[in-house]
Design a protein around this ligand. Structure first.
Ligand SMILES: [Zn+2]
Length: 380
């Protein structure tokens, strides 16, 4: 072993080892003159020294930086198969400790390498071209949008009914304007956006072919103002307050009728223009599921809220108005689903009995809540 440590001049091993260590020390000291912090590099640390190599923009780095490393950082993310030892891409910087004695790869070589990578890389990440919208989906979008004001009118009325549990009628009567503006606002928004969410001229053409749907939309705009009309004068007695709740209920019921005209009307055209734009089974099922969703989520929330708040509410009976409003829209969806399923014969043996069963239950709840509301001692 001692031969290894014997210098060429024949000096003793210990002396030669000592000189070697000194030389290493000197090298390290020189290369670290810029100063590598003891704590290592934290991303974005401004006090961390930059790489001393003039064409290098990296912070101080010990390892050589290659074009592939830069590419992974800038574009592709870390390649799990990446192996530093076999990385043969152009070297951008040989390392901060190697100030001299190496030449960076020529700029055009690096550029060519990067361009080649980028070309294959964008091949892997080519965004999937979205499938063109089917005629069925497009028709669904239009008619759902046209029927939506009914849902918005119910939602706002429902919120007003819940709020009215806590407020005197002289205050919440102003909120009824919210029911009126819902449909005009929605149609205004739809009119402005129709050309971006649907092909140009599509909505116009479809609506011209179905005047009943347009009439239903007009109906929704008009009936939304029934509650606001009631709210124009302050209620004078309990009967006036009750009339306010029934104004909300009537507005929602008529708006839901408009909803049904739009949604069920699609069946009528099935044999003609809309034949290919209508999936009867899916349409009936989606209406049924929407009704079910309201029954399963909104109805329990209303009952629970009404029951809890009822203990300290100003107007506990107002919860029956909210319940009645929810039952109106649930019944609407169920009846629409039943009509679509029966007319198109797109149903199986349990569909119709199920819908009938739920509709009877919901209808009973509607009658019950209207009776409760009619008999309740309402406060001014
Ligand atoms: Zn560098």
């Amino acid at each position: 072993m001692s031969a290894v440590f014997r210098g060429s001049g024949g000096e003793p091993a210990s002396e030669s080892v000592g000189r070697l260590l000194d030389e290493i020390d000197e090298l390290v000291e020189e290369s670290m003159r810029g100063g590598e912090p003891r704590t290592g590099y934290n991303f974005g640390d401004p006090s961390y020294p930059p790489c001393p190599n003039p064409h290098c923009t990296e912070p101080w780095h010990g390892l050589a930086v290659t074009a592939r490393m830069a590419f992974m950082r800038d574009y592709s993310g870390l390649d799990p198969d990446y192996d530093y030892d076999t990385d043969d891409s152009p070297v951008l910087c040989a390392g901060s400790a190697r100030a001299g004695g190496w030449q960076p790869a020529p700029e055009d070589v690096i550029e060519a390498w990067r361009a080649a990578q980028l070309a294959t890389f964008s091949e892997w990440t080519e965004p999937e071209v979205p499938a063109p919208e089917t005629p069925v989906a497009r028709a669904e979008k239009l008619w759902t949008a046209l029927a939506r004001p009914a849902v918005l009118i119910v939602v706002v009325s429902w919120l007003i009914a819940l709020v009215s549990m806590l407020l005197p009628p002289a205050q919440w009567r102003w909120l009824t304007i919210g029911v009126g503006i819902m449909a005009p606002m929605w149609f205004g928004w739809l009119y402005a956006r129709a050309e971006t969410i649907l092909p140009a001229g599509y909505a116009r053409r479809r609506l011209r072919a179905r005047p009943t749907a347009l009439a239903a939309a007009a109906l929704m705009i008009v009936v939304g103002w029934i509650p606001a009309h009631w709210g124009r004068s302050a209620p004078a007695d309990a009967g006036d307050v009750r009339a306010g709740y029934f104004a909300l209920l009537v507005a929602c019921a008529v708006a839901c009728l408009g909803h049904a005209v739009v949604q069920v009307g699609r069946v009528r055209l099935r044999a003609s223009a809309e034949q290919e734009e209508f999936d009867a089974a899916e349409h009936g099922e989606s209406l049924y599921l929407r009704g079910f969703g309201w029954m399963l989520f909104v109805l329990p929330i209303t009952l629970l809220f009404g029951w809890i708040v009822g203990y300290f509410a100003f107007q506990p009976a107002a919860m029956w108005a909210a319940v009645a409003l929810v039952t109106v829209i649930v019944a609407t969806f169920f009846l629409e689903a039943a009509v679509v399923k029966i007319v198109t014969k797109a149903h199986d043996s349990v569909d119709i009995p199920m819908i009938v069963f739920f509709t009877i239950g919901i209808g009973a709840l509607l009658v019950w809540s209207v009776l409760r509301l009619a008999a309740a001692p309402l406060r001014l």
